[in-house]
Design a protein around this ligand. Structure first.
Ligand SMILES: *Cc1c(COP(=O)(O)O)cnc(C)c1O
Length: 361
């Protein structure tokens, strides 16, 4: 039986990657902001259409460094409908996550943020879920009114544009993940894009042990991207437009088959330049006949591995000691009923047809 995974990393040819890493044997510059790192940084900055950018060893540490570099303390209003990383970064940076429910497009509900603000709130941390974006204008208004910082976990949103601007240009800081499973990858990797150019020194300190020449300026971590990662990024960025076009074809094939199917709700469409990162389907058991878990089982029997994503909610982390998931009923419902179907650039359209036959059968 043919196995189809929910995702499959895009790879450059072996020769293309080797050509890119060849110079490392001459420079013997393996890490610590080397020449390949610097080239990738310039290219990603241009691609994302942002002013300021710094690269990281992974997206999670980038997000952690963003919270530290902004000097945030106290409470951060965030979403429970995300990957573990978002909450973990907040807690690891010494702050407390305060969970706000989400809306139909799976992003934080801007109408519920203000009632959660206390005298301890210092920031709003939204997540652009499945490549769908938060209401960046409404969130900025709230932040300005209450003097809060705005951070976006844009791990899913590489290449997304809103009103002609790269999504990384909104808010104070955005984090993009370049993990192997993401639309663009550097094996592991990530970046921060940020509005205030003077933040660069603080971000660099957090990324490199707090070392500033011969002085130690803070208790920083180690989150530098190495040259081998950067070389993979240079190769993958070269092919990003073809990759996105192939993803688009897969995405649209799913939609052709699945729109109008009773009991399935597809990803709400926004007025953005999409990146076709994920294909989530919300299953309404009553109308569809079986529930999300049942659908996953049915697909698995045929060798198709869909992913319950995001499940469980990050607010259900046992380390909290209490179950915080009840406070956000919509996020809880989505988490228990949504499934992401296989989606990657080289997924055959015939396989998409087959997957949709299983779903509809
Ligand atoms: C992938 C992901 C991260 C973490 O990124 P890494 O590069 O794997 O550390 C954070 N948030 C979300 C929403 C993600 O999907």
């Amino acid at each position: 039986m043919k196995m189809i995974n929910v995702t499959k990393s895009s790879m450059p040819s072996y020769e293309e990657y080797c050509a890119e890493i060849k110079s490392i044997w001459d420079t013997v510059h393996l890490t610590n902001m080397g020449p390949i790192h610097n080239t990738l940084k310039d290219r990603v900055r241009e691609y994302l259409g942002v002013q300021n950018i710094e690269l990281f060893v992974n997206g999670h540490l980038a997000l952690y460094c963003a919270i530290k570099a902004l000097g945030l303390t106290g409470e951060i209003i965030t979403t429970p409908f995300t990957f573990a990383s978002t909450t973990n970064a907040i807690v690891q940076a010494g702050c407390t996550p305060v969970y706000c429910d989400v809306k139909e497009d799976y992003t934080i509900d801007e109408n519920k943020i203000e009632s959660l603000i206390t005298d301890k709130t210092t920031a709003i941390l939204g997540v652009h879920v499945y490549g769908n974006i938060c209401n960046v204008e409404a969130i900025q208004k709230i932040a300005d009114k209450h003097n809060l910082k705005v951070i976006y976990d844009a791990a899913h949103a590489f290449g997304v544009e809103y009103q002609g601007r790269g999504i990384g240009a909104y808010g104070d800081v955005s984090m993009f993940s370049f993990h192997a499973t993401k639309v663009f990858h550097t094996i592991e990797g990530g970046c921060l894009t940020f509005k205030d150019g003077t933040l660069v020194q603080k971000i660099a300190l957090e990324r490199n042990f707090g070392v500033n020449g011969e002085s130690l300026d803070c208790f920083g971590t180690n989150a530098k991207m190495n040259e081998f990662q950067a070389a993979m990024g240079i190769c993958n960025l070269r092919h990003i437009d073809e990759e996105l076009a192939k993803r688009k074809a897969v995405f649209e094939r799913y939609t052709k088959h699945l729109q109008g199917v009773n009991g399935l709700k597809l990803l709400p469409k926004q007025d953005i330049k999409q990146n076709y990162a994920y294909y989530p389907v919300l299953v309404d058991e009553k109308a569809f006949g079986i529930n999300r878990d049942g659908l996953c089982e049915k697909l698995k029997e045929k060798g198709v591995f869909a992913r319950k994503y995001f499940y469980p909610l990050v607010s259900g982390n046992k380390a909290f000691g209490t179950d915080l998931t009840k406070a956000t009923p919509k996020a809880k419902y989505y988490s228990e009923n949504v499934v992401c179907l296989p989606l990657y650039a080289n997924l055959d359209l015939a396989d998409v047809d087959m997957i949709c036959e299983i779903i509809k059968g």
